[in-house]
Design a binder for this molecule. Structure first.
Ligand code: ZN
Length: 243
């Protein structure tokens, strides 16, 4: 079975639809690693589109923020404004959907989490030393995470736990080699690796072949909708820069 692996849609329907179009007829099931909402202008539309597909989805920190599960006084003012708007906009049935999301999921040889296996909702795996610490917190060969909005593979390269970072080669199939790995598909709706194109991956779970992908989408259309609902300008502008 081929899986469409997505994360951090962040209420960006234009990017989400573009990814689905790009991956059309190339998957049977969706794994979504969380943060379906937050920042973008289309929270209901993104939740409803995801719900219309065969999928499983994990809870992200922004999903929890939209549910009021987090104290957002520590968020910066822009993020806080986006959270409050999202909270006010989400329909009750979509709130109920987000409330039921699990924080981790183990399926076959894959563990799924939004942030990390150690701290599923919160931890950012931004460097090999953090990845190295996390290999003790899951039992499968592979762990898939989102949260940083940066596509990457961390591979445990020795029994001593040494871990190195492999940058993605886009549109190239990669045979996972049995070495333990923590893999991030990147973000659909708000990339932060200086590349504004939507990121996602295709995974064949029978052959363990992974493919990172990028696809350009109509950023202006999203920015216009964000301005229409008076989202903070910094959040609008960052989409075109990919940070
Ligand atoms: Zn996110």
């Amino acid at each position: 079975m081929r899986i469409l692996v997505i994360s951090d849609i962040h209420a960006n329907l234009t990017a989400f639809e573009r990814v689905l179009e790009d991956a059309r007829n190339q998957w049977e099931y969706v794994w979504c690693l969380g943060d379906v909402v937050g920042y973008g202008p289309d929270p209901n539309e993104c939740v409803e589109l995801l719900r219309s597909m065969p999928h499983l989805c994990l809870a992200g920190n922004h999903d929890w923020a939209a549910l009021g599960r987090l104290d957002i006084r520590t968020f910066n003012p822009d993020a806080r404004k986006a959270v409050e708007w999202t909270r006010d906009t989400l329909k009750p049935e979509n709130v109920a959907y987000l409330e039921a999301l699990p924080t981790t999921f183990v399926i076959g040889n894959y563990t799924l989490a939004h942030g990390s296996p150690r701290e599923p909702v919160w931890e950012y795996i931004l460097e090999p030393v953090i990845a190295a610490d996390n290999f003790d917190f899951f039992e499968t060969s592979y762990c898939l995470v989102g949260h940083t909005h940066q596509p990457v593979i961390y591979e445990q390269s020795s029994a001593m736990g040494e871990t190195h970072m492999i940058m993605p080669s886009y549109a190239k199939k990669r045979q996972l080699n049995g070495k333990r790995q923590i893999i991030n598909p990147g973000s659909v709706g708000q990339p932060r690796d200086s590349n504004p194109d939507a990121a996602y991956a295709i995974l064949d779970v029978e052959t363990n072949v992974w493919e990172h992908r990028r696809i350009a989408y109509n950023i202006k259309a999203v920015q216009n909708r964000m301005r229409n609902v008076d989202m903070p300008d910094r959040l609008v502008v960052r989409l075109e820069h990919g940070w």
